[in-house]
Design a protein around this ligand. Structure first.
Ligand code: HEC
Length: 113
């Protein structure tokens, strides 16, 4: 990972922890459009299980946890291995957008479901 990217991700962690965006009502339309564009919805439906958990399940798992936005950000930017329903493991998709407002909105939206 390039230094610049690390700095960007750390900056985003800070922005997510301290900005009102982390708790503010998300722009659901923009978030859903981004999730679609990034291919998230191929594996995560809003309310039913696909290859991955539904976004509502993910939200329920993290809701109320202070570090939820940071955890979600890690999941979608670090490319850690994840387990699929059939038991195979793959590196999780790394989200392409570097737009911090867009990312924060997507995360806030998932946590609002
Ligand atoms: C190729 C399929 C696939 C794509 C594309 C994908 N995911 Fe995932 N994702 C998974 C799987 C499988 C897991 C791990 C098992 C689970 O949580 O269901 C996972 C886990 C996660 C988790 C962690 C859930 C937890 O329980 O901790 C989050 C958050 C997440 N994905 C969000 C996203 C977002 C946002 C996108 C779009 C940028 C995305 N995923 C794209 C398959 C995918």
């Amino acid at each position: 990972m390039k230094i610049k990217t690390i700095a960007g991700v750390l900056g985003l962690f800070a922005a997510l922890s301290f900005s009102p965006l982390a708790s503010a009502a998300a722009d659901a339309n923009a978030a859903q459009a981004l999730a679609k564009k990034e291919g998230c919805l191929k594996c995560h439906a809003i309310d039913k299980k696909k290859e991955g958990a539904s976004l509502k399940e993910i939200s329920a798992k993290y809701k109320g946890k202070a570090d939820a936005p940071a955890k979600l950000l890690h999941h979608i930017s670090a490319g850690d291995k994840v387990k699929f329903a059939d038991g195979t493991e793959e590196d999780h998709k790394i989200i392409k957008t570097k737009d911090q407002a867009e990312l924060a909105n997507l995360i806030a939206w998932i946590l609002s479901l």
